[in-house]
Design a protein around this ligand. Structure first.
Ligand SMILES: N[C@@H](CCC(=O)N[C@@H](CS)C(=O)NCC(=O)O)C(=O)O
Length: 225
C-alpha cells in the first residue's frame, strides 16, 4: 500500500488526505512532524518537508500540490484539477494563494491559539493572534469572499483542488474555535460552513478533533454561552 508521510494537522498533509478521501484511495499513514523528522528524511524530500507520498513501487513524491497532481493523473476520477484551461489556471492560482499567504496567516493563529498550549506547554501570544486576525487575514478573507460570492465551489461548478487548498487551512482555523466573521465575510462564512461539512472533510475534521481535542466554533460558542 502507498504511504502518506506527514502529521494530519499540517494543512499540506490534510490537502492530500482530502484528495485521497475524494478519490477513495487507501494509504498507510506515517504521521511524522516537520520539526522532528527522522534522520535520512532528505532521501524522501530534499527540503525535509511534509507531506511526501511513497508509491507501491517505492517512488517518493514530495509536495502536496505535486502529489495531488500525480493522483489526478493515476486516478482521474473524480477529477480535482479542472481540464478547461481557464478553470485550470484559476484553480492552480487559488491553490498557490491558499498554500502561501493564506496558510501562513492561519498558521500563526493556529500555532499560538491551539498548538502552543497543547504541544509546547506555553500560553498563547495574543499579540500574534491579533495581528494575523486583524491585519494579515482581512484582505485575504475579502478576496475569497468576493471570489466565492453565492456559488458553492471556488472555481467553475465543480469541487476542485482550489476548494481543497482553501478548506484545509480553514480547518486549522476551526480547531482554534475562532469563527470567520459572518458580518464582514458572509459569503466566505457560508462557503466555509458548507465545504467543511462535505463528507471527505467532515470525517477528517471529526477524527482530528477526537485525537487532538480541537473544537468547532459551535462547541466554543456552547461553552461560552
Ligand atoms: N509547498 C509545500 C509546503 C510544505 C510545508 O511547508 N510543510 C511544512 C509543515 S506544515 C514543513 O514541512 N515545514 C518544515 C520546513 O519548512 O522546514 C507543500 O505543499 O507540500
Amino acid at each position: 500500500m502507498p504511504t502518506l508521510h506527514g502529521h494530519p494537522l499540517s494543512p499540506y498533509v490534510r490537502k492530500v488526505r482530502i484528495a485521497l478521501a475524494e478519490k477513495a484511495i487507501e494509504a498507510e499513514s506515517n504521521p511524522v512532524v516537520h520539526f522532528a523528522l527522522p534522520e535520512g528524511f532528505e532521501k524522501l524530500h530534499p527540503l525535509r518537508k511534509i507531506p511526501v507520498w511513497t508509491t507501491d513501487a517505492g517512488e517518493h513524491i514530495p509536495d502536496s500540490s505535486v502529489i495531488i497532481a500525480y493522483l489526478d493523473k493515476v486516478q482521474p476520477s473524480p477529477r480535482l484539477i479542472p481540464e478547461d484551461s481557464v478553470l485550470f489556471a484559476r484553480a492552480l492560482f487559488l491553490e498557490e494563494f491558499a498554500d502561501s499567504a493564506f496558510s501562513m496567516g492561519i498558521a500563526q493563529i493556529f500555532l499560538e491559539q491551539f498548538a502552543a498550549p497543547l504541544f509546547m506547554n506555553r500560553p498563547t501570544d495574543q499579540a500574534v493572534v491579533d495581528k494575523a486576525l486583524h491585519k494579515t487575514l482581512p484582505p485575504l478573507f475579502a478576496h475569497l469572499d468576493q471570489t466565492i460570492g453565492s456559488r458553492p465551489f471556488m472555481v467553475g461548478d465543480a469541487f476542485s483542488i482550489a476548494d481543497i487548498a482553501i478548506a484545509s487551512p480553514l480547518n486549522n482555523l476551526r480547531h482554534t474555535g475562532i469563527p470567520i466573521d459572518a458580518t464582514a465575510y458572509p459569503n466566505l462564512r457560508r462557503y466555509a460552513d458548507q465545504i467543511i461539512a462535505r463528507p471527505s472533510m467532515a470525517g477528517i475534521f471529526t477524527a482530528e478533533v477526537a485525537e487532538y481535542g480541537g473544537e468547532s466554533p459551535e462547541a466554543a460558542a456552547k461553552k461560552s454561552a
